[in-house]
Design a protein around this ligand. Structure first.
Ligand code: C5P
Length: 201
């Protein structure tokens, strides 16, 4: 088993940025597990069966340019409520836990289900309004026609679905370090995550 940093949290809390920065700093591999659910959601929207889609995901699926749209985020969180679909994605995610160079995985159930023995666990969160503001800036920066109110509504609907589902709901693991990034700059959030990992490593 390699050294594993597991990161969970709601949409647009800063998980992705922190994960990539921690992975870069320590030379770990990074897996954004949300991309797997987004890729399945996209294929289901196109009429495919979710399990068949999960079993045949290719690197190309994970690089589709439309995966970051609000429509696909919503489709991802709908397919993510299916226990059989979640199960079909477990082995691929766990293969990262065995990488000798170490790995950072981020998602919703990494600390609780996928990597319960991770050396370091984080729950990254921020106030919903702050998360909506960040996601709005990201989407409108890419030229998408969205309003801040619509983004807030989408983020809240997705949080509710992710936190209330029966299988692998989003919850802070009892042994996770909570990182509330509401009042932090990216640099501060990254520095505090790296400091926590450094103590254990
Ligand atoms: O992290 P991201 O916003 O890309 O995830 C998209 C959706 O995929 C989430 O809203 C959630 O429903 C689902 N997901 C999940 N478990 C994970 C990662 C993502 O259920 N480990």
């Amino acid at each position: 088993m390699g050294f594993v940093v597991a990161i969970d949290g709601p949409a647009a809390a800063g998980k992705g940025t922190i994960s990539r920065a921690v992975a870069d700093h320590f030379g770990f591999q990074h897996l954004d597990t949300g991309l797997l659910y987004r890729a399945v959601g996209a294929r289901v929207q196109a009429g495919e069966d979710p399990i068949a889609a999960a079993r045949t995901l290719t690197p190309n699926d994970l690089e589709r340019p439309d995966l970051r749209t609000p429509e696909i985020a919503a489709a991802a969180s709908r397919v993510a409520t299916d226990p059989a679909l979640r199960e079909a994605l477990v082995a691929f995610q766990r293969s990262f836990c065995a990488l000798p160079q170490g790995a950072v995985l981020d998602g919703r159930d990494i600390c609780t289900v996928i990597c319960p023995d991770a050396e370091v666990k984080f729950y990254v969160t921020a106030a919903p309004e702050v998360r909506a503001e960040r996601r709005f800036a990201e989407l409108s920066g890419k030229g998408m026609a969205v309003t801040q109110a619509q983004v807030l509504e989408d983020v809240l609907a997705r949080d509710a679905r992710d936190m209330c589902r029966a299988d692998a709901p989003l919850v802070a693991a009892p042994d996770a370090t909570i990182l509330d990034t509401s009042d932090m700059s990216i640099a501060e959030a990254v520095a505090s995550a790296i400091a926590v990992v450094d103590k254990v490593r």
